[in-house]
Design a protein around this ligand. Structure first.
Ligand code: ASP
Ligand code: MG
Length: 407
């Protein structure tokens, strides 16, 4: 007998029929003798609908009121699911984040979980009930309702699994697992049976939108195994787990791709100490996250710096860079929204050589020019022109033979 958290996303509970199917699936697990805690998202589209209403009133809704509003989406789905379970003869009970004391900090709309009171959950489980908990929401220490950021129900699921010491957190979603790359771009992409937390963190942050990235970080910290799988199919999905030595045999596990960044270049600034510090301090002060940075220097004592940031920060960062550019006497500030970042990811890179060369060769063979490069211990990323992004993904997927290698 195991202790299992099952998290169902918005599409999985998108209508009444689906809610009933989810109830069947839960009952099946329960009948196998397991204890089940269920975490659900709002029905698909609901959170957007609520947000939309708020923005029809004001461009700058108050964070507390926004959370008050958004938390209602999940309150609907937990109640409906508990009813569906009861209607099928399974004792069940729904709980808001407040009722199971999911305590967060007070950062409205992007709160972080601090602790969860597992006692209430165990009390209900011990009575044979299925416990249905609202994802995405919590309360701060003043009792104010908070939410965890878009996609936050994944994090609720993992956090509950950690708090109660569950054997596994199953994330039921509309895809059937984590693939070697986006199957829309490469139809031969293969479903991975396993991926390490670190690889998943890279895949998630680089644009594989299967799991909220924070949930993976949480799972890693508390060593909670995650099983990403389809709510519509029976077969196993992908296990996201701690790295083991067999994973290192595979050099590249997956290729990630994002078009969500823009590039800013500041040209002709003085090549002396303190210049980069000045620019990036200003950007950091405005809470803008910089991803890649490259600097070129020339013989005449001048330098160019290019960097990438997420699209949503683009305008703000451009304005800041133009201001600083004036102060520094820059000759030009350029803005390029037409870029894509393509990354090869794999823990096996730690002990294999020549991986970067292979990446560059694969792109060269396609005549794709590399605009920027960055690497970490388990990742090589290249920025290319947006129109070559998908071609680059196919080239890398091919070069590392990901359609065929077994993991
Ligand atoms: N309902 C929330 C959202 O749409 C949380 C979630 O689905 O995980 O972002
Ligand atoms: Mg989701």
């Amino acid at each position: 007998m195991a202790l299992i958290v099952q998290k169902f996303g918005g599409t999985s509970v998108g209508n009444i029929e689906r809610i009933k199917k989810v109830a069947d699936r839960i009952i099946e697990t329960k009948k196998q003798g397991h204890d089940v805690i269920v975490v659900v998202s709002a029905m698909s589209g609901e959170t957007d609908k609520l947000l939309n209403m708020a923005y029809q009133i004001t461009d700058t809704p108050d964070g507390r009121e926004l959370d008050m509003l958004l938390a209602t989406g999940e309150q609907v789905s937990i109640a409906l699911l508990a009813m569906a379970l009861q209607a099928k003869g399974q004792d069940a009970r729904s709980f808001t984040g407040q009722q199971v004391r999911i305590i967060t900090d007070s950062a409205h709309t992007k709160a972080r979980i601090r602790e969860i009171d597992s006692e209430r959950i165990f009390r209900e489980l011990n009575q044979g009930k299925v416990v249905v908990v609202a994802g995405f929401q919590g309360i701060d220490e003043n009792g104010e309702i908070t939410t965890l950021g878009r996609g936050g129900s994944d994090t609720t699921g993992v956090a509950i699994a950690a708090a109660i010491g569950a054997d596994i957190c199953e994330i039921y979603t509309d895809v059937d697992g984590v693939y070697t790359t986006d199957p829309h771009i490469v139809p031969e992409a293969r479903k991975l049976s396993r991926i390490s937390y670190d690889e998943m963190l890279e895949m998630a942050s680089l644009g594989a939108k299967v799991l909220q990235i924070r949930s993976v970080a949480f799972a890693k910290k508390y060593n909670v195994p995650i099983h990403v799988r389809s709510s519509f199919k029976k077969e196993e999905g992908t296990l996201v787990i701690q790295e083991d030595s067999s994973m290192e045999d595979i050099v590249v596990t997956g290729i990630a791709h994002t078009k969500n960044e823009v590039k800013i270049t500041i040209k002709g600034i003085p090549d002396r100490p303190g210049i980069a510090a000045k620019l990036f301090e200003a950007i950091a002060r405005d809470n803008i996250n910089v991803d890649m940075i490259i600097q070129n220097t020339s013989d005449n004592g001048l330098a160019d710096i290019s960097f990438t940031i997420s699209k949503e920060d683009g305008k703000k960062a451009l304005k800041l860079t133009e201001e600083i550019g004036k102060e520094l006497g820059a000759t030009k500030v350029l803005f390029d929204p037409n870029i894509a970042k393509v990354s090869a990811i794999g823990v096996g890179m730690r002990n294999h050589v020549g991986v970067a060369a292979k990446v560059f060769q694969a792109l060269a063979k396609e005549d794709i020019n590399i605009l920027m490069i960055s690497t970490s211990e388990i990742r090589i990323s290249c920025v290319v022109e947006a129109k070559y992004g998908e071609q680059a993904v196919r080239a890398l997927h091919d070069a590392f033979d990901l359609a065929n290698k077994k993991s």
